[in-house]
Every structure is written in structure tokens, then in C-alpha cells.
Design a protein around this ligand. Sequence first.
Ligand code: TYC
Length: 113
Amino acid sequence: MVHPILMTERKDGPGDDDPGLALKTRTRTQRPPMYKVMLLNDDYTPMEFVVHVLERFFGMTHAEAFEIMLTVHKKGLAVVGVFSHEIAETKVAQVMDFARRHQHPLQCTLEKE
Ligand code: TYC
């Protein structure tokens, strides 16, 4: 014990029983998981409608939208964007609602990256 008046031993010197930084636990900040939003092919949704969806909800140019639409048409699906969980859920809901209102069977899903 260090004498409180004499203070012969200084903090961080010999005899200092303050653990200070030594016992601080390292915490690592996690980045939030990201989610891929995917468009699925079907035999009925018109190509122009899919292009419009990609322009409207994913901010693509007409050329970008046409290219991605063709990828979905040929390969069966494509990732159309990567977002936080909340934004991804919103995009999926917007696309599904828009397709349903126009009576097209277009499917849009999300998947953890
Ligand atoms: N396969 C559709 C057709 O031939 C076009 C289409 C493309 C549909 C992409 C859905 O996500 C899709 N009319």
C-alpha cells in the first residue's frame, strides 16, 4: 500500500496496484452483414417490364437494366444490388408489390452475402 501523504511510489511505477490499461478487453466493431437482392427468371413477365423495374428501383440506366434483364433471362437469376438488410427488404417488397399490381409473376429475393 502506498502512503497517501508521502507518495513514495508513483502511479504506474513499482507498487502501483491500479491495473490501468492492462485489463481492458479488446472489442472489435463488426460491420453489418450485407444482402444480395436477386431477380429470378420466369416465362411470362415481359422483358420491358423487368427493364423498367431495374431502372425504377435500382437506379440503372436503360442500357444497364437491359443487360441485367438479359442475364436473368439467360442464366435464370442475377444479383441486381447489395444492400443493408433493411434496404434489401424494402427493395424486394417494392419489386414484388409492383409486379403483383401489374399481374406479373416476377420474383425478387434476398440472400445474405
Ligand atoms: N423470360 C422472360 C421473357 O422471356 C423475361 C424475364 C427476364 C422475366 C427477367 C423475368 O427476371 C426476369 N419474357
